[in-house]
Design a binder for this molecule. Structure first.
Ligand code: ATP
Length: 475
């Protein structure tokens, strides 16, 4: 079953059960503390918090998400994408735990020829919150083997917003891929063999004094209880399509095929190279989707995340042996694979591709000059008996050649050497304070009073928490 068909079945199922189906919101998060939409529930926060009245008390969507927190996992685990789609059904003071559990189990286990996903019940495992005996008995009532229902604590199976407000236990659904993928014993024992596909959050408490996930105070029961669920579309797709990981599904794999052709290498021959193929496929797709929502490469915020994705793609392709431009092949391939689900990609593709190709050209020039200097720095370090590129050299690469520190770190790791990062950071801080002092000097030479009124009207700066604060979801 194609990925788009899996999404359609989800939305059809929940529409049949009275849900209003809404299109995905933009990847540009409406929440000022995160750069991107990181979960299906993000656009529904005003309804979940009771701040706005929803158009209907049951809704469902297939939401585009970007999580940069998972970037180091990409290509290495079977299940983490920087871009992915989260299916979700939501109840705002309408149905609660019993129905949420029933809907999920019914959709997962109904045979494919009857409109469901056809998972073998024997392969499904659930985790539940320590105190949530109710959820455990509801799963049993659905027919789940009691041995497949595990218990997890506050850290894993309790959701809060990170501050005072709604909170509640969750229950996660996993699929057992079989003994060849790891040890027995359920998700508690092995999260690579048992793949988390769906998280059901039961928001029934009001909490305050949220010092940490394990130190909070439950004030009482909420008057209006909510349901917030999130199912990973790519994870469902890889399991249902009999693939090894999310990068081999129909919406992602064509980029791996195109990268094989460009590099003359075969995916599946060598694990280290396979990781690079998977990084390329993931990052090209994320870059395409982020750019289509209006972001362009830059040196900060979303633009910087995008720049990193594009640069990591180019770097991975070089490691696969391709030094010619790759974006003009890979980007249209990704667009063609995503188009059945997102026909609107066509509207912006001309501008998106021009920006991506321009970014690749600029980075290729940077790489060419920087790689030589980097190799010299490694040779110098080795000659002097050190196992680390000096902080001064890392700084020079950054400052003179525009070589991002992340690339220096990655290239050093590839060559089995370290980087004196502490010294690099020290030099960066020194440079910053020099620049600040210079700016101050200049400022004192001109009359800036004209800007004072303007400054008062500026919006307050926002602390960016997107890399660290994932409290918008259960974990
Ligand atoms: P994991 O622990 O496996 O990283 P999670 O607990 O962070 O997942 P949730 O925040 O509960 O995941 O998200 C709901 C669902 O979205 C998950 O059950 C999973 O199917 C999917 N999902 C989460 N992160 C990713 C990702 N980076 N790539 C693909 N799917 C994801």
């Amino acid at each position: 079953m194609r990925t788009s068909e899996i999404a359609k079945r989800y939305l059809d199922y929940f529409e049949k059960h009275g849900h209003l189906i809404v299109p995905s919101a933009s990847l540009i998060s409406p929440n000022p503390t995160t750069l991107f939409t990181i979960a299906g529930m993000v656009p529904f926060i005003p309804y979940l918090m009771g701040e706005q009245t929803p158009p209907k008390s049951r809704m469902a969507s297939n939401q585009k998400c970007v999580r940069t927190l998972d970037i180091d996992e990409v290509g290495k685990t079977t299940r983490h994408g920087t871009f992915f789609q989260m299916l979700g059904n939501f109840s705002f003071g309408d149905y609660f735990k019993e129905e949420a559990i029933h809907y999920a189990y019914e959709l997962l286990t109904t045979p494919q020829d009857k409109g469901g996903y056809g998972f073998d019940p024997e392969k499904l495992w659930m985790t539940t919150f320590t105190d949530d005996e109710e959820a455990r008995s509801m799963w049993k009532n659905e027919g789940v083997d009691p041995e497949h229902i595990q218990i997890m604590g506050m850290e894993d199976n309790f959701w809060t917003t990170g501050g005072p407000g709604p909170g509640g236990p969750c229950s996660e659904i996993y699929v057992d891929r079989g003994p060849e993928y790891g040890v027995e014993g359920g998700p508690i024992a092995d999260e690579n063999r048992y793949i988390e596909i769906w998280d059901l959050v039961f928001e029934n408490y009001e909490v305050d004094n949220v010092k940490s996930k394990t130190d909070l105070h439950i004030v009482g029961e909420l008057e209006n209880k909510n349901i917030d669920t999130g199912a990973g579309l790519e994870r469902l797709a890889y399991l249902m399509q009999g693939k090894q990981n999310i990068y081999e599904t129909d919406e992602v794999f064509p980029v791996i095929e195109a990268a094989q052709k460009l590099s003359g290498r075969t995916y599946g021959d060598d694990e280290a190279m396979d990781v690079r193929f998977r990084i390329v496929a993931d990052h090209v797709r994320s870059a395409l989707m982020i750019m289509s929502d209006g972001v362009r490469p830059s040196n900060n915020g979303r633009g910087y995340v995008l720049r990193r994705l594009l640069r990591r793609t180019v770097k991975a392709m070089r490691e696969l042996g391709v030094t010619d431009p790759v974006m003009p092949t890979l980007l249209p391939t990704s667009k063609a694979a995503m188009e059945p689900s997102y026909p609107e990609l066509n509207d912006t593709f001309h501008d998106v591709s021009e920006a991506a190709y321009g970014e690749e050209d600029a980075f290729r020039r940077t790489l060419e000059s920087g790689t030589e200097i980097f190799d010299l720095a490694v040779a110098k370090a080795k000659e002097s008996g050190s196992d680390a590129v000096s902080g001064e050299d890392a700084f020079k690469l950054h400052d003179t050649y525009g070589f991002p520190i992340e690339i220096t770190l990655e290239m050093a790791a590839d060559q089995g050497v370290k980087v004196d990062e502490a010294k690099f950071r020290e030099l960066m801080a020194e440079q910053k304070s020099r620049a600040r002092a210079d700016a101050l000097k200049k400022r004192h030479n001109v009359d800036l009073s004209v800007y004072d009124d303007f400054k008062k009207t500026l919006v307050q700066p926002i602390d960016f928490l997107g890399y660290t604060d994932m409290s918008a979801r259960a974990k």
